[in-house]
Design a protein around this ligand. Structure first.
Ligand SMILES: [Zn+2]
Length: 193
């Protein structure tokens, strides 16, 4: 039995997953599909190789931020959460993205100064980069992990969520990534320059 309220949003969100024998899988009513984190990382490796790290990360960050802002507002409205209740919003976002399998977000925000940090545990972008498929199809941990942060899209998304929480434009910079052998991914929040 969970303590009161703990995980209630998580159960509500994860319970919307609908498998479909004709392949039209849906999550929160949205057509979705399942892909391994390693496959995403493999695609990302090719993007980095062909287009360059700066371009790819900038594009993912900007797209993520737009989506994060839009989704933050939509989730608050659809779930009737008072946008002045920051604790309730933070908890909902943490449960929602945990249910999606994107990462478990811990908000350590300084609302007075529009600063702080967000910690992401189990980022799918970074964990995918830490494993590769073998010829037999098993995902195994690799030793030659890249020493660059891998979570630009998540950084943008977090910047969008936190901009909505603060009702002010902020950016997020990934200062530590599990792809660099840190225990969690950390995103520093600062006012937009
Ligand atoms: Zn990361």
């Amino acid at each position: 039995m969970n303590p009161p309220d703990a995980g209630s949003n998580f159960d509500k969100v994860s319970g919307t997953l609908q498998f479909d024998r004709d392949a039209a899988l849906k999550f929160i009513g949205v057509r979705a599909f399942i892909m391994s984190a390693s496959t995403i990382a493999d695609v990302m490796d090719d993007f980095y190789l062909v287009l360059g790290e700066k371009f790819v990360d900038a594009r993912l960050y900007l797209g993520g931020k737009r989506a994060g802002k839009r989704t933050a507002a939509a989730l608050a409205s659809a779930n009737k959460i008072d946008i002045a209740d920051k604790t309730a919003l933070e908890k909902f976002y943490a449960d929602f993205y945990a249910a999606l399998g994107w990462g478990k977000l811990d908000f350590e925000l300084d609302y007075a100064n529009h600063a702080g940090a967000v910690i992401a545990h189990n980022s799918f972008l970074a964990q995918g980069a830490l494993a590769k498929f073998t010829a037999r199809g098993a995902a195994t941990k690799i030793q030659d992990a890249k020493l660059q942060p891998r979570c630009a899209m998540l950084a943008g998304y977090i910047a969008g969520l936190v901009s909505f929480l603060f009702d002010a434009e902020v950016d997020a910079r990934e200062s530590a990534c599990i792809a660099q052998n840190h225990p969690a991914c950390r995103f520093e929040i600062s006012r937009r320059l």
